[in-house]
Design a binder for this molecule. Structure first.
Ligand code: NAD
Length: 294
């Protein structure tokens, strides 16, 4: 199946990033959000980013201009009626995603592939509300999408090989490296490993074994990680990390995914990371500063 027209649902951080890389690779992309304000905000972020890529010489001015031309903003789902591939990137909420997929199933051509960028929700659960579960697949991109090479292509229980091929080929065409996750397990591979690491790191801070700064130093200097787990948690959002751990725990009942009490208290106290100005580090000065004492 030749993928020509892309429909992206959600113009936030991930939907905008996916739209940008697809449009830069030459695809026509319709990017849909629920209001003009949300779509325009997404479009402005894409314009800023492609201009930065052009100013650094990573893409030509022509490619940058063509990328913006390739994007059609939308607030209605109707434009999905001629899409070959839909990529959904709305909030991480099962009911919302199922509603979006139900609607898409009624609007898109019967052979269109419907992909979700969910971080931890089961592909099979999302697919179950459609009449085409064999054409539903996970395409889990990483933030920031224009920089991060990985795309986990996740097979739901009923996803066919053909659907997996459509997703992997598209990921390659937009410059990503797809890795197929052969089973629809909670958290797939990246978050299954990543959240176990985050939980362990936060428990060590909670036990008073080391400060967030020292835990981060250990993982950066000892294992060559570009960022430590506490810095990563602040960047992701402590609330997002908490919800993702709960989602994996709910499915697996594996205690290593139950959020440490410290993480729960940080959410309650509003210490949710960079976006709040404080988490494991203090960002109020505009820089990342350590403040944690044991
Ligand atoms: N942020 C990350 O680092 C990251 C990484 C990988 C995957 N994800 C996943 O990607 C998805 C999106 O995350 P995000 O960080 O881009 O969130 P975000 O909050 O930046 O964007 C979500 C967007 O979806 C829009 N939206 C909500 N309902 C909609 C609807 N019915 N139709 C169209 N648009 C709708 C919102 O208005 C918002 O603009 C989530 O499932 C998340 O788990 C996020």
């Amino acid at each position: 199946m030749a993928v020509k027209k892309i429909f992206v649902v959600g113009a936030g951080l991930m939907g905008g990033g996916i739209t940008q890389v697809a449009a830069t690779a030459g695809y026509k992309v319709t990017m849909r959000d629920i209001s003009d304000e949300a779509v325009n905000k997404g479009l402005d972020a894409i314009k800023w980013s492609v201009e930065k890529f052009a100013s650094k010489g990573k893409i030509t001015e022509e490619v940058a201009a063509q990328a913006i031309e390739n994007i059609t903003p939308a607030t209605s789902m109707d434009a999905a009626s001629d899409a070959d591939l839909v990529i959904e990137a709305v909030f991480e909420n099962l009911e919302l995603k199922q509603n979006v997929f139900k609607e898409l199933d009624g609007i898109t051509p019967k052979d269109a592939v419907l992909a979700t960028n969910t971080s931890v929700i089961s592909i099979t659960k999302i697919a179950s509300v459609t009449q085409r579960p064999e054409k539903v697949v996970g395409m889990h991109f990483f933030s920031p999408v224009p920089m991060m090479k990985l795309c986990e292509v996740v097979r739901g229980l009923l996803t066919t090989d053909e659907t997996v091929s459509v997703a992997t080929e598209f990921a390659e065409k937009i410059g990503k490296t797809p890795v197929v996750v052969q089973k629809d397990v909670a958290g797939f591979i990246a978050n299954r490993i990543g959240l176990a690491l985050s939980g362990t790191a936060i428990r060590l801070v909670e036990m008073g074994v080391a400060t967030p700064e020292d835990v981060d130093k250990i993982m950066k200097l000892g294992f060559g990680h570009p960022m430590g787990p506490c810095e990563t948690a602040d960047m992701t959002g402590i609330d997002i990390l908490h919800n993702a751990m709960v989602a994996i725990f709910d499915e697996t009942k594996d205690p290593k995914y139950w959020p440490p009490e410290l993480l729960q208290r940080m959410v309650t106290a509003g210490l949710i990371g960079r976006k709040a100005g404080k988490g494991f580090y203090d960002y109020s000065s505009g820089e990342q500063k350590s403040y944690w004492e044991l």
